[in-house]
Design a protein around this ligand. Structure first.
Ligand code: MSP
Length: 662
């Protein structure tokens, strides 16, 4: 730790390695990264930890399915998680894997402390176990489904080590009382207090039915129950048994989703109390991102992936959207429509437009040099006051993790600047000395407002604010500005602006959504052969990578044989409301009638397609396009620079419906 700086240690949950990150996981990590940046700008020495939770039955099964050893499987998955966070600019200070040696030692050490202090005993356990959530389901009977995920539970009897959780009812209730801020938000605290008041049963913390876990030393075949193992990752990431040397423990903040609240607010502090170790200061529980009011899952085909969004709109846009759209703590629906709408209105027309407008006016009137403000009028003073008041409000809201409110206030300031420019009309002023002086005041005021906004937005949108900082020609990095010293009036005149930038090019909504969905489909179901005709690429925001669209040079016949193509006949065709490019078709493929969406609406009249024979890829995994299920793909050539689709067909022969294409 650096002397003199207060420390702040925060964590995301460590993520399961049997799948890859979706927007829900990205959400927690974005929040953590934003807090990390904010706290650094407030002068804290910050450590943020994330990582992967790599033990348990699910991993055992997933590895088997992938035909790999567990060790190789988790190494590959952990690498993919780490690489995606890097790609999205969400690199944590510590990435802990539960298969790391340091972690294994920490778990074994924590267990020993709990046992030495008399809180661990051996017993028999029979219960209903949910293998998907890796948890015994308290009070469930044989045949019951898991209340969390709704899938069937399994009855398990085994010898376990038990943790005397029952001994912690009173200590926990006392702890919650003395630390009213420990569980946030308040409603979650009440929920947990009544749960603990209802009585606590001892908890089984080891298994003999699982092979893939951390061994309990001298007690093999016992391995640690995944939650005893996983929670300890927070401690192993900052030194484990030697945590005092690093000086980061106890954690200041654990960020968790509402599904894992009990583990973090009841079991985890109890384990630490039993070991006589310091307990974390706060657990902040957030809601879920839902798709059509349902939890996302790959099996439901409704997961939203972060990469396609970041590729098309830029990661900052995704960060802004998730923090702005849902009050932190509540559930909210994810919609591409809302995402692109906000991108265009708040970023392209809002912040981006203000920045380029201010820069262009300063360029034109003052040769790109920040002017010196002359005499101030009441409207200039009023704007300055509004910005000064916003600074305090925004910092307080960030501190309380009220991101949506903080951003609302900042965007209020942006709107005030637009209004100010529109009413002051610096472009309508002439070249007299008086007019020049007035222009200087207006443009200095605008640039100063933009500087303050840039600093305030930085924790949420690090990449674009770095670019605005350069555009304003400001020295150093925006990340190193001390938030507590931020005041109206600090912008020095005379600095030369940096080169002009387009920060957030406007996108056409329908096309943007289609492109994001196409990229997501590609990522979820990597196609072995030709892809459907794609829309011509539109302007991609600077800094965002282009969509990967490469195919291998050559494939073997065995690869081609994986694609099953058949002759189909179109039975019905209709347009899809809100998706200009898509047609919903039903197609007879000989053995059944399929619903297939095709991106041909701008070039084919639905009525004229009825009866037409087409080439169909029939063994493509079903996917959703603009919310409509598509079960197959119609083959079309992409013609010209626009990629105009021309349907492949069979004009010369009367081919049989269902005939295979080879
Ligand atoms: N491995 C455990 C956590 C152990 S922490 C010591 C786990 N992993 S998880 O990968 O299933 O989930 C990690 C986090 O992602 C949880 O906080 C969960 O709430 C969050 N989310 C998963 N889906 C989500 C949404 N759709 N929306 C928001 N967050 C969600 O649980």
């Amino acid at each position: 730790m650096s002397p003199g700086k207060p420390k702040f240690y925060l964590t995301t949950p460590i993520y399961y390695t049997n799948g890859l990150p979706h927007i829900g996981h990205t959400y927690t990590t974005v929040v953590a990264d934003t807090i990390r940046r904010f706290k650094r700008m407030r002068g804290y020495e910050v450590v943020m930890t994330t990582g992967t939770d790599e033990h348990g039955v699910n991993v055992e099964r997933a590895a088997k399915k992938a035909g790999m050893s567990e060790t190789a499987f988790v190494a590959k998955m952990a690498e993919e998680w780490r690489a995606l966070w890097d790609e999205l600019g969400l690199t944590a200070d510590e990435f802990v894997r539960t298969t790391d040696l340091q972690h294994v030692r920490t778990v074994q050490w924590l267990f020993r402390l709990c046992r030495e202090n008399g809180y661990v005993y051996k017993g028999q356990y029979t219960g209903q176990y949910c293998i998907y959530d890796n948890a015994f389901v308290n009070d469930a009977k044989q045949g019951d489904n898991c209340p969390d995920c709704g899938r069937p539970t399994e009855t398990i009897t085994e010898e376990n080590f038990f943790f005397k959780l029952s001994a912690f009812q009173k200590p926990l209730l006392d702890f919650y009382r003395k630390n009213p801020g420990f569980i946030q938000p308040e409603t979650r605290r009440n929920e947990i207090v009544s749960f603990v008041e209802g009585g606590l049963k001892d908890l089984s913390i080891t298994r003999t039915t699982i092979r893939w876990g951390i061994p309990v030393p001298g007690e093999e075949p016992h391995v640690f129950y995944v939650w005893f193992d996983a929670l300890t990752a927070y401690l192993s990431a900052v030194g484990g048994p030697e945590f005092e040397k690093r000086g980061m423990w106890p954690a200041d903040l654990h960020l968790v989703g509402k599904d894992i609240i009990r583990f973090h607010t009841v079991y985890w502090p109890a384990f630490l109390m039993a070991a006589m170790l310091p307990v974390p200061k706060q657990v902040w529980v957030h809601g879920w991102f839902l798709m059509d009011a349902e939890k996302m899952s790959k099996s439901k085909g409704n997961v939203v992936l972060p990469r396609p969004i970041a590729n098309l709109l830029g990661m900052d846009a995704l960060r802004y959207f998730v923090l702005r759209e849902i009050p932190f703590g509540q559930d909210g629906n994810f919609s591409y429509d809302a995402l692109v709408t906000r991108y265009n209105s708040d970023l392209a027309n809002g912040l981006g437009n203000l920045a380029s407008r201010a820069a262009a006016l300063i360029e034109k009137n003052f040769g790109g040099k920040i002017p010196k403000a002359a005499e101030r009028k009441p409207q200039d003073e009023a704007l300055a006051k509004e910005v000064q008041a916003a600074i305090g409000e925004v910092l307080e809201n960030y501190e309380n993790l009220s991101f949506a409110r903080a951003l609302e206030t900042i965007w209020g300031v942006i709107a005030a600047a637009d209004k100010y420019l529109t009413s002051e009309q610096p472009w309508a002023l002439g070249n007299s000395e008086q007019d020049q002086a007035r222009k200087a005041t207006i443009l200095w005021t605008t640039a100063e407002l933009l500087r303050v906004v840039t600093v305030l937005v930085h924790p949420v949108m690090p990449a674009s604010t770095t670019r605005i900082w350069a555009l304003l020609g400001l020295p150093g990095s925006v990340a190193s500005v001390e938030l507590d010293g931020l005041r109206w009036g600090q912008l020095a005149p005379g600095k030369q602006l940096g080169p002009a930038q387009t920060l957030f090019p406007r996108v056409e909504k329908t096309e943007a959504i289609e492109r994001i969905e196409a990229m997501a489909n590609e990522e979820l179901n990597p196609a072995p052969a030709a892809q459907p005709a794609k829309a011509a690429p539109s302007a991609t925001p600077a800094g965002a990578a282009a969509a990967p669209q490469t195919a291998p040079d050559k494939i073997g016949i065995e690869d081609f044989a994986k694609v099953e193509m058949r002759v189909g006949q179109i039975k019905t065709a209709e347009r899809i409301v809100g998706a200009d490019k898509l047609l919903k078709l039903t197609v007879d493929i000989g053995t059944e009638i399929r619903q297939i969406c095709a991106g041909i609406a701008q070039y084919y009249e639905p009525e004229k397609l009825i009866g037409r024979k087409v080439a169909v890829v029939v063994n493509l995994a079903p996917r959703k396009l603009r919310g409509v299920e598509s079960n197959g793909m119609i083959i079309a050539a992409a013609v010209g620079p626009e990629g105009r689709p021309v349907l492949a067909g069979f004009p010369d022969e009367d081919v049989e419906i269902g005939a295979r294409l080879k």
